[in-house]
Design a protein around this ligand. Structure first.
Ligand SMILES: [Zn+2]
Length: 331
C-alpha cells in the first residue's frame, strides 16, 4: 500500500520456446545403421540480407575523428576482417553457427548446451542430461560436443554490398527483482528457451555510439559439412531459415529488433558418391530452381527430427512480419 513500484514501460521483447518432452541421444556418427558412403559432404554458399541494422562488436572502440566524424566521442567498433589489406565488415562464423545451433536445439529433442550452473536445477526433469562420449543429441551430433567434432563449419560471412552507419545503442533493460519470475513457471522450472521477438527498430537519442551495417546490406559466407545424413542436411537448412517460415536474429541489440537476417542458399556443392536422389549423383553444384527443390526436399527429410509445438513457437516468436515497434524505453 502506497509503495510505488516502477512499472516497465514496454512489454518484454522476448518470449519462450517451451522445452521438448524428452532428449534423444544416440551413439556418435559411425556407430549407426547407415554407412559413410550414404552420407553427404560439401558446401552451402549463403547470402545474408540484413532486414534490420546489424551490430557485431569487435570488442574495441574507435575515436570518432578516426572515422572521419566530428571529434570527441567514442564509437563501439564493429567486427571486420582483413581482405587484401582492406578491413571488410563481416559476421563471424561462430556468430552464425551459434544462431543456427540455438534454433536447431530449440526445435529438436536436443540438450541445452548453454545453461548457467545456477539455473540448471530449474530445468524441467526431461532436460539437463549433457551429451558427450557415446550419447549425442541431434544438435550435438551436428554442431559438436565435448569430445565430438562438429560436422559443420561456418566461415565468416563477408560484406558484399550495402552501407554502414553510426547509431546509438541504449541499454533499456533494468534488473528488477520480479524479473527473475519471467523465466520460470509456477513450479519454479524454466519456461523454455528465450528468443527475442522481431519488430520495427526505433531511433534512439541516448546510449553509446556504435557502428553497424545498414538494413538492405548483403553478406556472403560458406558452410562446409561432412558426412551428414540427408535429414541432418535438412536440419541445417531448416536452422538457417531456408524454408522461409522464420528469420534468425544475429549480433547485438536483439531487444531493439536489430540483427534480423534473411538467409538464402546460393549454391549447394555436393561431393559424394551416393545416389539417394538423381541430383545427388557424382559431384554436383546445385543452383537456381534445382537447388530450391533440393533444399525443400532435405528439409522434408528432417521432418521426423522436428518437434511440432516448438516449431510453432519458433515461427510465432521469429515471425519476420511482426510489426511491433521495438522498445524505446525500459522494459
Ligand atoms: Zn547435446
Amino acid at each position: 500500500m502506497g509503495h510505488r513500484r516502477e512499472q516497465p514501460q514496454f512489454p518484454k521483447p522476448y518470449d519462450f520456446v517451451p522445452f521438448t518432452e524428452q532428449q534423444d541421444q544416440q551413439r556418435p556418427f559411425g556407430h549407426q545403421a547407415f554407412h559413410l558412403q550414404d552420407t553427404l559432404s560439401g558446401r552451402v554458399v549463403v547470402t545474408i540480407e540484413l532486414q534490420t541494422l546489424l551490430h557485431i562488436s569487435s570488442g574495441s572502440y574507435a575515436l570518432s575523428e578516426d572515422l572521419g566524424l566530428k571529434a570527441g566521442f567514442v564509437i563501439k567498433d564493429m567486427y571486420k576482417v582483413l581482405r587484401n589489406g582492406i578491413a571488410v565488415p563481416a559476421i563471424p562464423g561462430s556468430t552464425l553457427k551459434g544462431g543456427v545451433r540455438t534454433l536447431v536445439e530449440a526445435v529438436t529433442n536436443s540438450c541445452l548446451i548453454a545453461v548457467p550452473g545456477k539455473l540448471r536445477r530449474k530445468l524441467p526433469r526431461s532436460q539437463g542430461r549433457s551429451c558427450g562420449g557415446n550419447q549425442l543429441c541431434p544438435a550435438c551430433a551436428l554442431f559438436g560436443a565435448m569430445g565430438q567434432l562438429a560436422r559443420v563449419s561456418f566461415s565468416d560471412a563477408l560484406f558484399v554490398s550495402g552501407d554502414s552507419e553510426i547509431f546509438r545503442l541504449p541499454s533499456l533493460y533494468r534488473t528488477r527483482a520480479e524479473d527473475s519470475y519471467q523465466y520460470v513457471d509456477a513450479n519454479d522450472r524454466l519456461k523454455g528457451r528465450k528468443f527475442y521477438l522481431h519488430g520495427i527498430p526505433q531511433r534512439h537519442r541516448e546510449g553509446g555510439y556504435a557502428e553497424a551495417i545498414k538494413a538492405g546490406s548483403v553478406l556472403r559466407g560458406n558452410i562446409d559439412f561432412t558426412n551428414l545424413t540427408p535429414a541432418e542436411l535438412g536440419l541445417l537448412c531448416f536452422g538457417l531459415g531456408l524454408d522461409n517460415s522464420f528469420q534468425l536474429a544475429l549480433g547485438g541489440g536483439k531487444p531493439l529488433a536489430m540483427g534480423r537476417v534473411k538467409i538464402t542458399a546460393q549454391e549447394l556443392q555436393l561431393q559424394q558418391t551416393a545416389s539417394f536422389l538423381e541430383y545427388e549423383t557424382g559431384n554436383a553444384v546445385l543452383a537456381g530452381n534445382v537447388l530450391t527443390t533440393a533444399v525443400a526436399d532435405y528439409i522434408t527429410q528432417a521432418d521426423p527430427l522436428l518437434q511440432d509445438v516448438q516449431l510453432e513457437a519458433v515461427r510465432r516468436i521469429l515471425d519476420p512480419n511482426n510489426q511491433r515497434p521495438a522498445p524505446t524505453g525500459t522494459y
